[in-house]
Design a protein around this ligand. Structure first.
Ligand code: COA
Length: 162
């Protein structure tokens, strides 16, 4: 039987429980999830690409159905090059929908074979984002409810709080 793989792209700066929730639920639908860290995000990053990949890889070290990669350039070019045709994304709010709709349509325009699958983010992670987590951590707030332990430590190290 063919292995069903979905590619979950994002900036993951840093990964949050919201992302982990989408990956875990993605694994209920797909055989494998490839978490793809985009290297050319317009946003200024706190963590380097290799730090983001490393944080994600440690979180999923015991899940051999998750692979963590980084890619440069267009997502569709990464998909074409690797032979994957399914994109996994999480939806939080109505504002996400408009943005996701735009990206998904552009991706289909660039690569008609591609399909996007959207999962609703769990309610408890509806209002978090990597930026909010970074801001709270920057001022010494407790973000342990929103990110895994290795990310809590990595944030403290970045902000010289350890
Ligand atoms: N729970 C909680 N937060 C979530 C979440 C979830 N399930 N899913 C996303 N978020 C947050 C992220 O933390 C991030 O927060 P931030 O803005 O504060 O950093 C925000 O939602 C959006 O992040 P992300 O999902 O990483 O998307 P993005 O907009 O940073 O990147 C790419 C989207 C990488 C998929 C897209 O830009 C891309 O494909 N880039 C490659 C270049 C390309 O092909 N461009 C053309 C696309 S048409």
């Amino acid at each position: 039987m063919e292995t069903k793989t979905a590619v979950y792209p994002g900036s993951f700066d840093p990964v949050t429980h919201g992302h982990i929730d989408i990956i875990s639920r993605g694994l209920e639908i797909f055989d494998r999830v490839v978490v793809a860290v985009a290297t050319n995000s317009e946003k200024r990053g706190l963590f380097s690409i290799s730090e983001r990949v490393d944080l994600l890889s440690r979180i999923f070290a015991h899940e051999n159905r998750v692979e963590v990669v980084s890619f440069h350039g267009l997502l569709v070019d990464y998909l074409k090059g690797s032979g994957y045709k399914t994109i996994l994304r999480g939806l939080r709010a109505i504002s996400d929908f408009e943005y996701e709709f735009q990206i998904a349509n552009m991706n289909v325009h660039l690569y008609p074979e591609v399909d996007s699958v959207f999962l609703m983010t769990s309610q408890k992670y509806f209002y978090i984002s990597s930026s909010v987590v970074k801001e709270v951590a920057h001022y010494g707030g407790d973000v342990s409810a929103f990110v895994p332990e290795n990310v809590v430590h990595a944030l403290k190290e970045k902000f010289n709080q350890e």
